[in-house]
Every structure is written in C-alpha cells, then in structure tokens.
Design a protein around this ligand. Structure first.
Ligand code: TXD
Length: 308
C-alpha cells in the first residue's frame, strides 16, 4: 500500500518537530514547506540523514513550492508568527490573517482533498479563516488546541499527586485563550473524580495555571512559544485520521448547533477517523462549566465576527 502523504505548511519550531515526529512514527512521506528559501530543504536533508539511524524509510522533502504538496492526505498548518513575551495570542491576528490567506490559496489549488489541521494562532480565528477561505467542508478542517491544553491539565494534576500522567484523564474545552474551560467534572485519577484527591481551591490554582501555561513557556523561552508539546498534539490528531483510530480528542471543531452554538469553531470533544471530524461529542457539563464555555464562546465569536 502506497505511503500516505503529509504536508507541513510552516517549517519553523513546530513544523520541524512535526516532521521529526511524523517520520519517527512512520505516518507517511513528508513535505516540509516554508516561504523562507532553503530553510525547509536544510531541515529535510538533516532529517533524511537521520533515517538510517532512527531508522525510518519514509521520505522527506523541503520545499518553497506549493506544487510539491499535491495529493497530500493531511496538511498541518503552523505558518505564522509566534508569541514573544508580553504578547497575547490575539496580538498575532493581523499578521497571521495575511499569512493564512496565502496558505489557504496554496492548499486549495494543490491539495483540495486533504484533511487540514490548523495550529497557527490565534487558533480559533485561524481555523475559522482557513475553512472560509478554502471552502473545505467542516469535517476536513480542524484546529489543534484542546489536545495540548488537556495535556497541560493532565500534567499538572499528575505532578500534584505524584501519579502517572496515564492515570489522569481530563479535557479542556472552549477557545484557545485565557477563557479556556478545564472540565473539572470530567477529570479523573485512576477512574475516580479528581475532587477526591485535591481540594477545590488548589484545583482552581492548577486550572488557572493551565489557562496561562502557554504564556508561562513564552516568558521562560523569551524568543518564541512552546513547540514540542503542540507538535505532539497535532501529530496525535493526524495519526487518528491517517490510521482511522477514531480517537475522541478535544479539538477546535465547526459547530452546527452542538452545545447550542452554530457557525463558528470552538474546542469540543470530537471523534477523528478516516472521515476527518466524524462526530462532535456533547458532554454533560455542570452549570459553572456551561457558564465558562459561554464566556469562552463569546470571546471567540467576537474575534471571528467580520472575518472575510
Ligand atoms: O496550541 C496551539 N495551537 C499553539 C499554536 C501552540 C503553540 C504555538 N502556536 C502557534 O503556532 C504560534 O503562535 C504560531 O502562530 C504558530 C507556529 O509556531 P512556531 O513556534 O512554529 O513559529 P515559528 O518557529 O516562527 O515558525 C513559523 C513558520 C516560520 O518558519 C515562517 O517562515 C513560516 O511559519 N511562515 C510561512 N510559511 C508558509 N507561508 C507563509 N506565508 C509563511 N509566513 C511565515
């Protein structure tokens, strides 16, 4: 069976890490695209030369020509500016809107049947813009945020309790911003509710750290934002699509009435398989979680109003 084809639009910190992970997991052949001349070709050559050692046989090509993404099964978009200290994700709106416009044009022309995972910030706006500009159906355009935010929630709970991260299940819904919604009522440790192990006020502190976790990394790195964990998150989504795993993952998905919202993207649990976003899963939320989700949805709606 011919190998799948993965096109990475943006060969920066996350893009380069995505290429590495895709090859390590044998997900398919990789095209690493960027507008910067030669840089993707250099990263691709370095990765190719790791093949005999790793080992992997999937091919990787660096490119500055959209024609090279032709026939891609999945596209992961990280093209755009990243935050530096003092910036909010929303501060990236202007420049990254211009970048997304050029990216959407390229993928529409050369890979019109691909499943598209958007990573660029401000995520909820960029994924909305990508769908609008490509005209792709809602099941083939999704945003990566909730898998990362939920992993942060799980990491901090596991750290607090000294347990394996694999024993902690949790989801973060809503927009990828300070209003994101850690779903405490669904957070479990070894299958038991987290509230059996951690007091409410301490849980609130941990959840606030989750909301600000991106900024915490930016403040420490000083020259950019997190890139290894976002890459793992996007690859998890691509893997579920390419291998029809039907994982239920929190992602920015287009809502058509689910959770009472319609016509824009919001972080909700979805089933990802060969059909892309195959289903939006509606969780039963507490009254407080519903209120938080409403506030988050309000911020996203405000950001996406007036988009093309
Ligand atoms: O959870 C999430 N969704 C977020 C997303 C988690 C972390 C980072 N988040 C955002 O991803 C971040 O705020 C940025 O908007 C993107 C990419 O972050 P990364 O850290 O990879 O940024 P880099 O290293 O600056 O890489 C961006 C690349 C860079 O090589 C540019 O040359 C390229 O994007 N770029 C373009 N590629 C294609 N086409 C165009 N027009 C273009 N413009 C810049």
């Amino acid at each position: 069976m011919a190998r799948k084809k993965i096109a990475l639009i943006g060969a920066g910190n996350i893009g380069g890490t995505l290429a590495h992970l895709a090859l390590l997991k044998g997900l398919g052949d990789v095209v690493l695209f960027d507008v910067v001349e030669d840089m993707p070709q250099g990263k691709a050559l370095d990765l190719m030369e790791a093949g005999p050692i790793a080992p992997w046989d999937c091919q990787i090509k660096g490119s500055n020509d959209y024609a090279d993404i032709a026939g891609a099964d999945v596209i992961i978009i990280t093209a755009g500016k990243a935050r530096t200290p003092g910036m909010s994700r929303d501060d990236l709106l202007g420049i990254n809107t211009k970048i997304m416009t050029s990216v959407a044009d390229g993928i529409k022309k050369h890979a019109a049947n691909a499943f598209v995972i958007v990573v660029s910030n401000p995520l909820d706006v960029m994924v909305t813009l990508c769908k609008k500009l490509t005209g792709f159906p809602k099941h083939r355009v999704v945003g990566m945020a909730g898998v990362l935010d939920s992993a942060r929630y799980r990491s901090f709970i596991a750290l607090e309790l000294g347990v394996s991260v694999e024993s902690v299940q949790a989801m973060v819904l809503g927009g990828h911003g300070d209003e994101m919604v850690p779903v405490r009522s669904g957070c479990t440790v070894g299958g038991a509710p987290v509230t059996r192990f951690i007091k409410e006020d301490r849980l609130a502190e941990i959840e606030e750290r989750v909301r600000k976790a991106g900024g915490e990394v930016v403040a420490l790195l000083k020259t950019g934002s997190a890139f290894i964990s976002p890459a793992h998150a996007a690859i998890r989504m691509a893997d579920s699509f390419l291998n029809d795993k039907k994982e239920v993952l929190p992602c920015a998905a287009y809502l058509d009435g689910e959770y009472g919202y319609k016509g824009f993207y919001l972080g909700v649990p979805v089933r990802i398989g060969a059909g892309g976003v195959e289903q939006v899963i509606e969780l039963r939320l507490t009254a407080d979680e519903k209120k938080q989700l409403e506030e988050s949805a309000g911020h996203v709606r405000q950001m996406v109003e007036g988009l093309v």
